[in-house]
Design a protein around this ligand. Structure first.
Ligand code: NDP
Length: 323
């Protein structure tokens, strides 16, 4: 099979992870990166985003690694007119609008647009649909975490006496057990999650640390309704253990199957959110290029992409190996 010629638009956390992962794919080569900035710290050829359409003939799939807040709504359809694309658009409520707009643009350009890949949306969406379809009356819960929360980490750093701080949101083990037992209907945000903070104090010592702990755990809205633990660590430990962007979560579905109960769980533990989101986007990028090569056009969500299209391994071998 011919090598898939890939390019990236947008070079933030996700773009850097996609660049790294394309290099380790057996069937892909990276043609270049399009950016709004004139210079990027990379060995890959960099082109102005405004000139992207000039390169349309050289690229089989364009990875849209732009922000979901404004970039994707403003720019994604423009790219879909010229390229087969794959994105990680994550505004769940607006996914149907994005899917419709990308479908129209991709069909007009004779391209494929695979939308809202990643993990949520993305692999979690797939698992919500598959698991729900198994039960006539499914009880389903999605839990997010362990994950680094930017907003809560900022709140911790604003507490007097805090030199450095980070906050992880972690699903509560009891809530997960309740969900598995089919009692997930009553689970709320505060009962489903606990918060864990790692803090470097400006002045280490019991008195200052107790004041910081008190200020964090009683902070209204951010922490007060939650079970919060605060760990004090050294600057060295902070540098060593808390620079990554971990995330993850669970989709838990359970139900009655005519007298017996069963539950299905899909869990992710991600060392780096952008690396894993990129891993999903790269696999769906392969699928986008293959759908286009088969003559398909228009937009596809993860629900519509056959799983074998994600893999560089030929279908016959997958059937022998995995079915
Ligand atoms: P970033 O904020 O790092 O990057 C977004 C864009 O901002 C880039 O494409 C880049 O465009 C520009 N940019 C990046 N760094 C700089 C800088 N230093 N100065 C100026 N501009 C910069 O976002 P992420 O890469 O972390 O995330 C991208 C999207 O991925 C998110 O919006 C989120 O929606 C999505 N996502 C989806 C997930 C899923 O599971 N579906 C999970 C995680 C994220 P340019 O190069 O043109 O300047």
């Amino acid at each position: 099979t011919p090598t898939i010629r890939a390019a990236i638009v947008g070079y933030g956390n996700l773009g850097r992870s996609v660049e790294k992962l394309i290099r380790s794919q057996p069937d892909m080569e990276l043609v270049g990166i399009f950016s709004r900035r004139p210079e990027l710290d990379t060995d890959t050829p960099v082109f102005p985003a405004a000139s992207a359409a000039d390169h349309a003939g050289e690229i089989d799939v364009l990875f849209l690694c732009l922000g979901s807040a404004t970039d994707i709504p403003e720019q994604a359809t423009g790219y879909a007119r010229h390229f087969t694309t794959v994105d990680t658009y994550d505004n769940h409520q607006l996914v149907p609008d994005h899917y419709a707009a990308m479908g129209e643009a991709a069909r007009a350009g004779g391209n494929v647009a695979v939308v809202s890949t990643g993990w949520d949306p993305g692999l979690f969406s797939l698992n919500r649909t598959v698991a729900d379809a198994l039960f006539p009356d499914a009880q389903q819960n999605t839990f997010w975490g362990k994950g680094l929360s930017q907003g809560h980490s900022d709140a911790v750093r604003r507490v007097p006496g805090v030199k450095r701080g980070v906050q992880y949101t972690i699903p509560s083990e009891e809530a997960i057990a309740e969900a598995k037992a089919g009692r997930g209907a009553e689970i709320t945000g505060a009962s489903a999650h606990v918060r864990e903070c790692f803090v470097v104090a400006e002045e280490p010592g019991a008195a200052s640390e107790e004041a910081i702990r008190e200020a964090i755990t009683t902070m209204p809205d951010y922490f007060a309704p939650y079970t919060t633990t605060v760990h004090f660590i050294t600057e060295h430990e902070f540098e060593r253990d808390h620079q990554g962007m971990p995330h993850g979560g669970h989709v838990i579905t359970s139900g009655d199957l005519g007298g017996s109960r069963s539950s299905v769980e899909f869990a992710l533990e991600l060392g780096s959110n952008p690396d894993f989101t990129a891993a999903s986007q790269v696999a769906y990028g392969r699928a986008a290029a293959r759908l286009r090569a088969e003559g398909r056009t228009g937009a596809f969500t993860v629900l519509e992409v056959a799983p074998y299209l994600l893999s560089p391994v030929p279908l016959e071998e997958l059937i022998r190996r995995d079915v």
